[in-house]
Design a protein around this ligand. Structure first.
Ligand SMILES: NC(=O)c1ccc[n+]([C@@H]2O[C@H](COP(=O)([O-])OP(=O)(O)OC[C@H]3O[C@@H](n4cnc5c(N)ncnc54)[C@H](O)[C@@H]3O)[C@@H](O)[C@H]2O)c1
Length: 253
């Protein structure tokens, strides 16, 4: 898998899965723009990559709920590299947890804004940008296995990720003629700061989630990165509109 000569953009790359994806894309030869609302974290993550792979990573601060910030992110990338080949829409966040009757309308609205609407805003601006560029390109949206069968006590987040899956398929149909591929990667439980924190609060959850995977462990951000790198690469030239789980087999367990 070779991404040499490609320019990639990863949202929410300051920590967790996004940081792992950015690292793997750089390892496969791509130059990478790391975008995050936390500019300091994005800068630190890009410094870490450049320490091992000089001049491969750059950072940009943007709140992706803001359409103007998304436009600036694309313009900055265009100014810097004069092209954009690969995009991973990874940033998300949610509010509220627990039984459905505990959610407030504010929680629902915030989760929709942070997980679905911001991704839709990114996707819309990216498609306009890529159509103008008029070159083959590939987009990967990060979904979640919670979208596949529902997720008790995290229902709104799961529902927004189901919307991400459906949007991925619809947009893949719309832009295939322009040689733009759109896929989604659906992670199982991954070793990220949020998950580690959750395991500290609920130690029994760790064992339960490890057992839910056929491979009897949680995944690493870089393992999501490898699938994203494949889908963004020319090796995946006949793959579009797919939702691909990377989960140690937990979705079929
Ligand atoms: N961690 C898991 O086990 C897991 C499982 C399934 C799916 N996912 C999905 O993977 C993706 C990454 O998850 P993670 O656990 O690494 O999350 P995380 O919270 O560790 O990292 C998310 C990053 O996105 C940034 N971000 C959030 N909102 C933003 C905004 N409006 N604008 C710009 N940046 C923003 C945050 O600052 C953070 O750096 C998400 O889409 C999540 O839903 C995670």
């Amino acid at each position: 898998m070779d991404l040499t000569g490609k320019v990639s953009l990863v949202t929410g790359a300051g920590q967790g899965i996004g940081k792992g994806i950015a690292k793997v894309l750089a390892q496969h030869g791509s130059q990478v723009m790391l975008v995050d609302i936390n500019g300091e974290a994005a800068q630190k993550a890009s410094d870490e990559i450049n320490h091992l792979l000089p001049d491969r990573a750059y950072s940009f601060t943007a709140d992706l709920t803001d359409a103007e910030a998304i436009q600036s992110m694309l313009e900055y990338t265009q100014d810097k590299f004069e092209r954009l080949d690969c995009i991973c829409n990874n940033a998300a966040a949610s509010k509220g947890l627990g039984p459905v009757e505990n959610y407030s309308l504010e929680d629902v609205q915030a989760t929709l804004d942070l997980t679905f609407t911001s991704l839709w805003k990114c996707l819309q601006a990216e498609i306009i940008f890529l159509k103008k560029q008029s070159k083959p390109a590939s987009i990967v949206n990060i979904s979640s296995n919670s979208a596949l069968k529902g997720y008790a006590f995290n229902s709104i987040y799961a529902a927004t990720k189901a919307a991400v899956n459906n949007l991925t398929q619809s947009v893949a149909k719309e832009v295939a003629r322009q040689q733009i591929r759109v896929n989604a990667v659906s992670p199982g439980t991954i070793n990220t700061p949020g998950v580690i924190n959750y395991f500290k609060q609920e130690p029994s959850a760790k064992e339960m989630l490890e057992r839910s995977s056929l491979l009897r462990r949680i995944g690493e951000p870089e393992e999501i990165g490898e699938m994203v790198a494949f889908l963004l690469s020319d090796r995946a030239s006949y793959v579009t509109g797919q939702i691909i789980s990377v989960d140690g087999g937990s979705s079929i367990n």
